[in-house]
Design a protein. Structure first.
Length: 235
């Protein structure tokens, strides 16, 4: 069991290193071994995604246990979503992160492959597209976890949080384009077009999650406190 755990960790960091180098990514994505071991890919991506997630959960639990009275600040999103509902949604979405790893793995590859099938560019089965995008999106899994830590623990202002998220998704689009184009032997513009919808869906969902916790948002001010609120702060 220990040997298997070490192999999963090694696969995670090896996948990350490959995805950060576009030339090597193109070479490895062009090689399509069959059958694809989806379990190993999901395990490697889960290591990258869940490592910062565990830190985030640990920080939040430590703060909750340390504080005598937890005072929840008002956020811009509370103009749209009721504050208790926003806190419940943010906590729920955070706790479901491990469940989302295999979901993102399959849906993130299914949508681009469906685009390839509909446009006549799928030279390999769905498993090849899943493998290619697992290679390409490995840095994004880690970056999303780090941005999540910065946002939920309030370690960075909103502009830095959204800026890092935008940069991570932009890199993933480029890497995903290279990987899909190399795997299915299609043009880069074709690859960019089929990768964009699935990646955009992921970006929208993650952006909505960030909006639940950030302290500032463009065009949306913090609502005034309710006149019926009770001041529980210490004198």
């Amino acid at each position: 069991m220990e040997r298997r755990d070490r192999s999963v960790l090694a696969a995670a960091w090896r996948t990350l290193a490959v995805a950060l180098g576009v030339r090597r990514l193109r070479t490895l994505a062009g090689q399509v071994p069959e059958p694809v071991e989806h379990g190993r890919w999901i395990a490697a991506l889960a290591v990258l995604r869940c490592a910062p997630w565990l830190v985030t959960v640990g920080v939040l639990v430590a703060r909750m246990l340390d504080a005598e009275i937890e005072i929840q600040p008002l956020l811009p999103i509370h103009r749209i979503v009721d504050a208790p509902l926003a806190r419940a949604l943010s906590a729920w979405s955070l706790l479901l992160v491990p469940v989302g790893v295999p979901l993102v793995y399959f849906m993130g590859g299914l949508l681009p492959h469906l685009g390839l099938v509909l446009t006549g560019g799928a030279r390999w089965p769905l498993s090849a597209t899943l493998r290619a995008l697992a290679l390409a999106f490995a840095p994004l899994y880690l970056a999303v976890g780090i941005v999540e830590l910065l946002a939920w623990a309030h370690l960075a202002p909103a502009r830095i949080v959204f800026g890092l998220a935008a940069a991570a998704f932009a890199h993933a689009w480029i890497a995903g384009t290279v990987a899909v184009a190399a795997t299915h032997r299609i043009g880069v513009f074709w690859g960019a077009a089929v990768v964009a919808p699935g990646l955009a869906a992921w970006a929208v969902v993650f952006g909505a999650r960030l909006a639940l916790v950030v302290g500032t948002m463009p065009g949306l001010d913090v609502p005034p406190p309710s006149p019926y609120a009770i001041d529980v702060s210490p004198p």
